[in-house]
Design a protein around this ligand. Structure first.
Ligand code: NDP
Length: 255
């Protein structure tokens, strides 16, 4: 087997949470291009349907499920349906995430809980549900979408719960990597820098002093630029990696 063959995901089944738009949609496409059958979850069916059409056009089996990662019963039902229709899940990409800006003084308890419930508890719920089956089968790879915000305080918006949730995701990645390594399950994370999406309009003028000018590469990233690393972490190409956090930020966190 040549080195490029180790990146292939043929006959694998992947689940990408929040795969309807932005980074999740790009990661789902990258996994499909590497040969995986892909299931995506989201809450808005219309966008998910559009993403599904694109995935299907790539010649793999694909499905879109209406599932909110804050609802345990929806997570369980979605995982059961994926296994029933596509087979056991080999690759899990925990991408669904939210954020909003508010100062710590103004932040309500509901706002704090909402961010933690998607970004941390949601990752935990899906990972435990899928991870139990991976451990039982003795195989699987998990890629958590963390953030450079786990390592630095990024601006212009204050977003304490977001930063706290992403730091927790990085440490959860390491905890589960250690626990599940003897069971054949690898767990790694991506730490993206500023990436242009609906949730992160970093092409707007007010973001330039914070998101572009301080970056050594003097630009923001595109969702597609996270695809190759995701395929790498999901595939045998990274067979000796677990518990790693791969920073993809155009050098932003160097300073
Ligand atoms: P978007 O808002 O563009 O996309 C978020 C996705 O998550 C959508 O598919 C959304 O679908 C889904 N989602 C949100 N809440 C839930 C939920 N409760 N249950 C299920 N799905 C949900 O965000 P991005 O693409 O920008 O971000 C994706 C991930 O990347 C997030 O974890 C984010 O923190 C991380 N990240 C982003 C960076 C950036 O600069 N953009 C930088 C670093 C990390 P729907 O609303 O239909 O549910």
């Amino acid at each position: 087997m040549g080195v490029l063959d180790t990146f292939r995901l043929d006959n694998k089944v992947a689940l990408v949470t929040g795969g309807s738009r932005g980074i999740g949609a790009a990661l789902a496409v990258a996994l499909a291009e590497a040969g995986a059958d892909v299931a995506i979850t989201a809450r808005e069916p219309d966008l998910a349907a559009r993403a599904l059409t694109h995935l299907t056009s790539l010649g793999v089996r694909a499905m879109a499920l209406d599932a909110d990662v804050t609802r345990p019963e929806q997570v369980t039902e979605a995982v059961d349906r994926i296994i029933e229709q596509l087979g056991p899940i080999d690759v899990l990409v925990n991408n669904a995430g939210i954020s909003f800006g508010a100062t710590a003084v103004e932040m309500t308890d509901e706002q704090w809980q909402a961010v933690l419930d998607v970004n941390l508890n949601g990752v935990w719920r899906v990972t435990q549900t899928v991870g139990r089956q991976m451990v039982a089968r003795g195989t699987g790879t998990i890629v958590n979408v963390g953030s450079m915000s786990a390592m630095i305080v990024n601006r212009p918006r204050w977003q304490a719960p977001y930063l706290a949730s992403k730091a927790a995701v990085h440490q959860l990645t390491k905890a589960l990597a250690a626990e599940w390594a003897p069971h054949g399950v690898r767990v790694n994370a991506l730490a993206p820098g500023y990436i242009l999406t609906e949730a992160s309009p970093v092409d707007q003028p007010e973001y330039q002093p914070w998101c572009v000018e301080p970056a050594p590469m003097k630009r923001y990233g595109l969702p597609e630029e996270l695809g190759p690393a995701t395929v790498f972490l999901a595939s045998d190409a990274s067979s000796f990696m677990t518990g790693s956090v791969v920073v993809i930020d155009g050098g932003y966190t160097l300073f």
